[in-house]
Design a protein around this ligand. Structure first.
Ligand SMILES: Cc1cc2nc3c(=O)[nH]c(=O)nc-3n(C[C@H](O)[C@H](O)[C@H](O)COP(=O)(O)O)c2cc1C
Length: 294
């Protein structure tokens, strides 16, 4: 999770037995966030928005000891060599079947199949996790597949394993940990958030002036600027004042500094939980859920 999964969160998850993933970032972000990971004995990973990679950042995370690097949203081909040469694993997150085929062709070590329930960015018109994950597993052959999207407790993990996934990747649930670098307005919104109110849209990218490719849209909690522009996206793109109004609202503290990216499973998050405790709770819940269906 770019911007919120910093070194402290990734280190806490890895130390507890998960594979913590440092979110995407530029050199300034890596200067701040690599510290807690450099000396970590447990394996950790880093993730990048492929379309936004700046020269040298992938080299920096593998030099710092990342054992796996995930690329999402864009063509990973120019970056995989650096990861392999360092002896780390190439993880490719895919949002549709074309991306899944490409991941297999590129020889991904691990594929993450992201369903549309996921928080944050994903395919504009994605598939649900329940139907998408088995298709990717069938395509992937012997390549391990992790399920992502709408998983926030052990029952979701058990369901993904029952689909044939080799593991899961969770985002939204780990935003509600003290280690996540989330503004307090965002944490409060997550704890009160309802999955039925989340919406996948490009509006908040356009109004923020972000350069996200338009084939990806982000799932967020309700937002006043979504209400203002829903159904008027063409008008929004041509309105020079839209971005100014958005940033003025951020400066005035009327809206959070960033959209509240959240997945459909946000209802299952009822408290802020330390990341290490959360890893253990999720494992215990998943074990219980699997025992119930045996
Ligand atoms: C706050 C937030 C930020 C995210 N940022 C990124 C990112 O920078 N790169 C990325 O590949 N995926 C990002 N994602 C998506 C995750 O990789 C993952 O697919 C998703 O969180 C899984 O669904 P879930 O949120 O329901 O657990 C983000 C998700 C959230 C909630």
């Amino acid at each position: 999770m770019g911007g919120s999964a910093g070194g402290a969160l990734a280190a806490a998850v890895s130390t507890a037995g998960g594979l913590g993933m440092l979110g995407a970032g530029d050199h300034a972000w890596l200067d701040r966030e690599l510290g807690p990971l450099r000396a970590l004995r447990a394996p950790w990973a880093a993730g990048f928005l492929t379309w936004a990679i700046t020269p040298g950042v992938v080299e920096r995370v593998v030099e710092a000891g990342a054992r796996a690097v995930m690329f999402s949203f864009g063509d990973p081909a120019p970056h995989t060599g650096v990861v392999r040469d360092a002896g780390a694993l190439v993880v490719l997150q895919v949002t549709d079947l074309d991306e899944a085929r490409r991941a297999v062709d590129l020889g991904a070590d691990v594929i993450v199949a992201q369903g549309t329930e996921a928080g944050g960015h994903g395919a504009r018109r994605g598939r649900s996790t329940l139907t998408f994950v088995p298709l990717v597993i069938d395509l992937a052959g012997t390549t391990p597949v992790l399920a992502a999207g709408g998983i926030a407790d052990g029952r979701g993990i058990a369901a993904a394993l029952a689909l044939g996934a080799d593991g899961v990747l969770l985002g939204t649930r780990f935003q509600a940990t003290p280690e996540a670098l989330a503004d307090p307005m965002i944490t409060t919104a997550l704890l009160a958030g309802r999955g039925a109110e989340t919406e996948r849209s490009t509006i908040l990218d356009v109004v923020r002036g972000s350069s996200w490719p338009s084939r990806y849209a982000a799932r967020t909690l309700p937002h006043p600027h979504l209400d203002r522009w829903r159904g008027r996206e063409t008008e929004l793109a041509a309105d020079p004042l839209a971005q100014r109004d958005y940033h003025a609202d951020v400066a005035a503290g009327v809206i959070p500094p960033l959209p509240v990216w959240a997945g459909e499973a946000v209802d299952l998050i009822t408290e802020l939980t330390p990341a290490a405790d959360l890893v253990e709770i999720l494992a215990t819940q998943a074990t219980r859920a699997l025992a119930r269906v045996r």
